[in-house]
Every structure is written in structure tokens, then in C-alpha cells.
Ligand binder design. Sequence first.
Ligand code: ITT
Length: 222
Amino acid sequence: MSGPAPSAESRRLAPGRLVVATHNAGKLREIRELLAPFGFDTVSAGELDLPEPEETGVTFEENAVLKAQAAASAADLPALADDSGLAVDALDGAPGIHSARWAGPDRDFDRAMRNLEEELQKKSATDPDKRTARFVAALAIAWPDGHVETVRGEIEGTLVWPPRGERGFGYDPMFLPEGFDRTFGEMSAEEKHGGDRNDPANPPLSHRARAFAALVEAHVEP
Ligand code: ITT
């Protein structure tokens, strides 16, 4: 028989110790909140003093896999990574996978949001219908033997100027999710996460919460 080898079977994460492979404090807080109901014993890449791998991928998924596999192999534990960003239609998907980079080495998101607004002004993207964007989050779980699973979540919205709200992190104060009149920067953590994947009346809202719902559905032991 010829042809490609069958892909390894889909895997589920068992309860136990889990590395959260991020050095971003805002993400870490949200991931811990989203993981809370599942009883994992989490330790962050920062707490383990793990190095930050270079993000050389060209997709969110590739970068999430790089980060999860680097942490799983360094810590000899399963590891969960998130690669995320804001894709702006008028900017052909920028900043996208480079969303963190737009904030510079000091991670200055006031500056990143100003840069973003300047780019939108250059494109004459002043009307809300020209200011559409989506937040994307790819999550990867990697095991020390190299196996990896990925999922993705997205949320559509519009970019407002000036930014509104002090909550959340990163680009949250500019992002008005579709169907809402408050930005992620004006929402509590619970509002930004949204509801339950099993409740059609109140489903998960943020890109990260939606990716989590997909992760739990397919790759976490029930
Ligand atoms: P790690 O790689 O250590 O996880 P990072 O900040 O470098 O941290 P990314 O490369 O995935 O992570 O960059 C994602 C950037 O996209 C992040 O720095 C934020 O600016 C932005 N971003 C992602 N999710 C966001 C959210 O929920 N709210 C606001 N901004 C978000």
C-alpha cells in the first residue's frame, strides 16, 4: 500500500499539570480564567523562566504550535499556547500575526493603537463600515512527545477612535464587537469571555473564549 501515513489520532488533555506558554500578562490572566472550571494545575512559561521562542511562523496556528512545543519540550509537560492578533480589513489583514510587534519593545499599546489609527486615516477609513476588523486566536496544545492539536476562534467588530475603556489589554479599547455598543476595553472579563458554549442564548464572545470552546469540545477530557 502506498500513500501518506495516516495522521496521528486526535488527542485529549487529561487533568494534571499544564504549562500556559505565554509571557503576556493579559493573556495569561484570561487563559487562567477560561481554564478555571477544568481543574488543571497551571504554571506559566514566565514562572518556569522558559525562554520565548522566536515566532517565525506565517500563520497564527504555526506560531501557537512553535510556542506550545517549545514549552512542552523544555518543561516535559503538556503546554498550551495562544497566538493571536487583530486583522484589519482596510489594512489587508495587518497587523495580524505582527500585532504584538506594533507595540514596540516596550509593549506600548497606546502607541500601537495610534499607529493603527494613522494607517486607517491614510486609507480614508473613517466610516464604521470601512473600519471592520476581527480578533483571531489560535490555541495549540503540545505534549512532550511532540503531538500537537490546534483550534481557532474569531470575533468580528469595528475599530473606534478614540479608544474607550481601561479594561482588558492590548487593542481592547479600540475594538467594538459586532452587535455591542461597548468596546472590549469597557467590558468586564466575564462580559468579554461571554457565556457558555452549551448555551445558544449566551455563547462565548471573545476570540479566545471561542477558541477555548472549540478546544474543550475536541481536545480536553470530559
Ligand atoms: P506570547 O507570545 O508570550 O503569548 P505576545 O503578546 O507576544 O505574548 P502574540 O504574539 O500572540 O503574543 O501577540 C498577540 C497580540 O495581539 C497581543 O500582544 C495583543 O496586543 C493582541 N491581542 C491578542 N488578543 C487580544 C485581546 O484579547 N485583546 C486585545 N489585544 C489582543
